[in-house]
Design a protein around this ligand. Structure first.
Ligand code: ZN
Ligand code: FE
Length: 248
């Protein structure tokens, strides 16, 4: 079993992802930030869209569902909360499995940014699509959930294999790095931040990242080390609040 991921920019700082199951040629679209761009990329690749896999209900993740479904006849899969925006054909939650041809995606509950946010993990290929839960050197804002809910969600992602490729939904890495450097003096972070600034200067993407790299350098995952006087979820909450107030 294997999959191929096709990544491309959408809107101002989102990424679109098309995923093909190599065995059958069936494809899925992870979220629908910009229908016109996604439909164009589908045409370019020649892939046949079977599924939309939504991570959460926000406009820049599910806003293109209706147009893409109308154009392709695909099935919309996602958390129930997406129905705040548009209909979902198959509602899924943590522990469910979604099949795309021969590929299988485990649904991981990852609420906190929104209450019903989910991530998709392909255990055969060590690939995860994490929406707005985990970013390269960052994590999603707590629009709906609590620090404890988000910390638990991040721990479920951190438990994936270190070499798991993590496809985040936004290119926020340079600004995340500036914040990270303000709260963490670790040399591994410093080295990574320099690489990130240089890569962004060259116009390169910093997504995907990996679980191993994030565990080593992401200040949100490292919160208990940065704030050892606090319980882990509280330490995470303190780092999250500091980022919300950071004027970088
Ligand atoms: Zn969002
Ligand atoms: Fe988003």
């Amino acid at each position: 079993m294997s999959i191929t991921v096709h990544q491309f920019p959408c809107l101002s700082d989102n990424y679109g992802f098309l995923v093909r199951d190599d065995a059958t040629g069936l494809a899925a679209c992870i979220d629908t930030p910009e229908a016109s761009v996604i439909l164009r990329e589908l045409e370019k690749t020649g892939w046949k869209l079977a599924l939309i896999l939504n991570t959460h209900w926000h406009q820049d993740h599910a806003g293109g569902n209706a147009e893409i479904k109308a154009a392709t006849g695909c099935t919309v899969v996602g958390p129930a909360e997406v129905e705040r925006l548009s209909p979902v054909d198959r509602k899924v939650g943590g522990g469910d499995v979604v099949e795309l041809g021969e590929a299988r995606f485990q649904v991981i509950e990852s609420g906190g940014h929104t209450l019903g946010h989910i991530a998709y993990f392909d255990a055969a290929d060590h690939v995860a699509f994490v929406g707005d839960t985990l970013f390269a050197l960052g994590c999603g804002r707590l629009f709906e959930g609590t620090a404890t809910q988000m910390w638990d969600s991040l721990q479920r992602l951190a438990a994936l294999p270190d070499d798991t490729k993590v496809y985040c939904a936004h290119e926020y890495t340079a600004s995340n790095a500036r914040f990270a450097l303000s709260v963490d003096a670790d040399p591994a972070l410093k080295a990574r931040a320099e690489q990130i600034f240089a890569a962004r200067e060259r116009g390169e993407w910093t997504v995907p990242t990996t679980i191993g790299l994030e565990k080593a350098t992401n200040p949100f995952l490292r919160a208990p080390t940065l704030r050892p006087e606090l319980a882990p979820a509280e330490a995470f909450g303190a780092v999250r609040t500091a980022k919300d107030n950071f004027k970088g």
